[in-house]
Write a protein that binds this ligand. Structure first.
Ligand code: ACO
Length: 334
């Protein structure tokens, strides 16, 4: 989907926040559970460890922690909040939306709240949506949240997937930009529904309800054809990033920081290479958290922001890829 008409009103990111659970699951521990090794996981993915939520900890609780931190960072109170969009593939319940629980937890009673499902791309889908809704005058501000408890949908006996995923949440507050402030310069989203089979949770929906007969078949866990996904990820992320870079009038040299989806270090290196952005300007934290789907880029944005990877006035590029297949990118002047 391309951006045909520029927004009249600029929308900025006023604050970010994130949260990860306390429990660290290391590669060494995984090597004791399935037929893998610390060396294989690190060299094939770049992941050293991931965070795992407590049994009773929900996606909405993690999202609420991240949201409070983002509101605090933005200097916005919960009762001023007008819109909450949560991107997740691991909602607390199929209905109501996880965003409704977060609205309750925050006490953001004025806010309209709903979820979107676009796997790892969800946070940037939410960003485009919120930007448009604010720029159109429908809402004054919004919080977008990527939150996932992937440990609940992981097959812990499948070495090809269980080494990849983790839990966590990230959030960003969007509002109209004042003159002279930064803004979201360009966004891009895409979907290829011909490739739904490459990455999916097959069971639990209407296509394959979980029944007493199939309850032990791991149908509610993530299945992935990793090699195929890898190939598409590199091409789609490169194209999406190039589109927003061009539309925003940027060059590789004028980008202070690229924040890619945190799925595999080899994918990130390939993207950096193709965009001709040096590795030191590419933000990576997947060594600590693994792939947290919609939460990954949201957590990375917050950590990059708070660690000083970029400053006010710098140009940054975010780019993601996930099940669907889906992809998205955003160019932002901070
Ligand atoms: N430990 C040891 N060996 C393993 C493991 C493991 N954990 N997992 C797989 N292997 C083996 C395979 O069985 C295979 O063995 P074989 O050659 O004897 O058949 C061999 O390693 C190579 O397997 P590949 O799947 O070809 O390994 P690859 O190098 O492609 O790496 C990986 C796999 C890490 C999954 C990679 O393909 C990848 O990162 N893909 C992209 C994932 C992604 O980007 N997902 C984004 C979206 S996620 C979302 O939306 C929720």
């Amino acid at each position: 989907m391309s951006q045909l008409t520029p927004s009249i009103l600029s929308v900025c990111i006023a604050g970010t926040g994130s949260y990860v659970p306390e429990r660290i699951l290391t590669n060494a521990e995984l090597a004791q559970r399935v037929d893998t090794s610390e060396e294989w996981i690190l060299s094939r993915t770049g992941i050293r460890e991931r965070r795992i939520a407590a049994a009773e900890e929900t996606t909405s609780q993690m999202g609420t922690h991240a949201a409070r931190r983002a509101l605090d960072n933005a200097g916005l109170s919960a009762d001023e909040l007008e819109l909450i969009i949560v991107a997740t593939i691991t909602p607390d319940t199929p209905t109501p939306a996880t965003a409704c629980y977060i609205q309750h937890n925050l006490g953001a009673s004025r806010a309209v709240a709903f979820d979107i499902s676009a796997a790892c791309s969800g946070f940037l889908y939410a960003m485009k949506l919120a930007k448009r809704l604010i720029a159109s005058g429908a809402f004054k501000n919004a919080i977008i949240i990527g939150a996932e408890k992937l440990s609940a949908v992981t097959n812990w006996e499948d070495r090809s997937t269980c080494v990849l995923f983790g839990d966590g949440a990230g959030a960003a507050v969007l509002r109209l930009a004042a003159p002279g402030e930064g803004s979201i310069l360009a966004t891009e989203m895409g979907t290829d529904g011909n490739l739904t089979h490459l990455l999916k949770i097959p069971g639990g929906g209407t296509a394959c309800p979980i029944t007493a007969a199939n309850v032990n078949d791991q149908l509610f866990t993530l299945n992935m054809l990793g090699k195929e996904v890898f190939k598409h990820a590199v091409n789609r992320m490169k194209e999406a990033a190039e589109k927003v870079i061009e539309r925003a009038g940027l060059t590789a040299e004028s980008i202070a920081c690229v924040i890619p989806h945190q799925a595999n270090l080899r994918i990130i290196d390939a993207i950096a290479d193709r965009l001709a952005v040096p590795n030191e300007r590419v933000f990576v934290n997947l060594d600590k958290y693994g792939n947290t789907s919609a939460a990954a880029i949201a957590i990375a944005l917050d950590e990059a922001n708070r660690s000083g990877a970029f400053k006010r006035g710098d140009n940054i590029v975010l780019v993601v890829f996930g099940a669907g297949l889906t992809w998205a990118a955003a160019a932002i002047r901070w």
